[in-house]
Design a protein around this ligand. Structure first.
Ligand code: SF4
Length: 399
């Protein structure tokens, strides 16, 4: 494990711990009309099936807020209400959900935020303070001229300090921009000054492929530098894809180990099986498996089996037959037409063994303590100067 995570305070969104030594959780947001309970619950179930650990729904009006109890009753993962503009929606949602997200930049007068704080406090749920490049406070736009990383960080810090001033600390923070540099810089600046857990993401990242690449670069940099306690990959695609990409990012950095990791060779002139089709089929048919398993599909045995040493199990093409191997060692030859089904069966068996062996608890990344820092009223950032007041540090690329 190469990554030392930033030490953050810990909060709980329903049963999911965020920050401290908790695993970095993957969340997503429904794309359905929240007033349509049936469609929303259906999508939530798809997200749960994909491994999504927290689901957020938009609450644009009172009808959507009124739908929340029915939605909440039919789901198993924690529910977050996403509120903009109208604080009364947050008051209503707080009665039901596990966390409320507001953007202080667009909620209006301070007394409205104060009412939301009272409501979440009364219900014992946390708040997500979500700062966004598209809705910064006017005085910050005047100060910086346009949305910048510094403006985002200052907005988030101001919000955090205002909440602390009334004794509220049960929160996580996000600072989102669609520009990768701006988002990364904003999170970095904030992380130097505060130890609240961070929800990380690149907002409006784009279509499935573009958004996945942008998110992998932005979130990859942050996570590699220990920043980030929960994440959402924002894609203009089926939200289930967001969950898959989120886990792929975490798996690539060895921060989470969940489900099948398909290792497939790029193929070359030696290829003897349809690697591309088989790798895609594997991901599809084995998406339900939770146990972490490396499964490899290699085009030939020339380098194949040796290259597959990292894999728990795999197949390689070999002169008209398929070769099944485990940990780089040949197990048996399999007729080509049975190769795919044989591999699926073997992986299912292996997964059952693993799931029986392993406790549900995942190992935390190194450098994390045995619990989050205490919920002191006015925390000082860990390893960082006091933020309050206060000069932002200079970004490394602007020094
Ligand atoms: S495993 Fe075989 S087919 Fe695949 S890239 Fe290597 S040599 Fe080529």
């Amino acid at each position: 494990m190469y990554i030392t995570r930033r030490k953050t305070r810990q909060i709980k969104v329903g049963k999911v711990k965020i920050g401290g030594d908790a695993p970095i959780s993957v969340q997503s947001m429904t794309a359905t009309d929240t007033r349509d309970v049936k469609a929303t619950v259906e999508q939530i179930h798809q997200l749960e099936q994909a491994g999504c650990e927290i689901v957020r729904v938009a609450v644009p009006d009172m009808e959507a807020a009124a739908a929340l109890p029915k939605i909440k009753a039919q789901m198993t993962v924690p529910l977050i209400a996403d509120i903009h503009f109208d604080h009364r929606l947050a008051l209503k949602a707080a009665e039901v959900v596990d966390c409320v997200r507001i953007n202080p930049g667009n909620i209006g007068a301070w007394w409205k935020t104060a009412e939301v704080i009272k409501a979440v406090n009364d219900h014992g749920i946390p708040l997500r303070v979500g700062v966004n490049g598209g809705s910064l406070e006017r005085h910050l736009l005047e100060k910086y001229g346009y949305p910048t990383a510094e403006a985002l960080a200052e907005s988030a810090l101001n919000a955090v300090h205002a909440l602390e001033d009334v004794g509220f600390t049960n929160m996580k923070v996000s600072l989102k921009a669609s520009d990768v540099h701006m988002a990364v810089d904003a999170y970095w600046l904030f992380a130097q000054q505060s130890n609240y857990p961070l929800h990380i993401g690149i907002t409006e990242a784009g279509t499935a492929q573009t958004g996945a690449v942008k998110s992998a670069i932005g979130l990859g940099w942050l996570l590699s530098n220990g920043i980030g306690d929960t994440l959402r990959v924002s894609l203009a695609a089926d939200p289930v894809e967001e969950v898959k990409v989120g886990f792929e990012i975490l798996k690539s950095l060895e921060l989470r180990h969940r489900g099948i990791n398909v290792i497939a060779c790029p193929t070359c002139g030696r290829v003897e099986i349809d690697v591309v089709r088989m790798a895609n089929e594997l991901e599809k048919r084995l998406g339900h498996i939770k146990a972490p398993l490396n499964v490899s599909v290699l085009g030939c045995v020339v380098n194949g089996i040796g290259e597959g040493k990292e894999a728990d199990i795999g197949i390689a093409g070999g002169e008209g037959v398929g070769i099944l191997f485990k940990k780089g060692k040949l197990v048996r030859k399999v007729p080509m037409e049975e190769l795919m089904d044989t591999l699926i069966q073997e992986v299912e068996l292996l997964a059952q063994e693993r799931e029986a062996e392993e406790s549900s608890e995942e190992k935390p990344a190194s450098g994390q303590g045995n619990g989050g820092p205490s919920q002191a009223l006015r925390p000082n950032a860990t390893d960082a100067p006091s933020a309050l007041g206060r000069e932002l540090p200079v970004l490394p690329n602007k020094r």
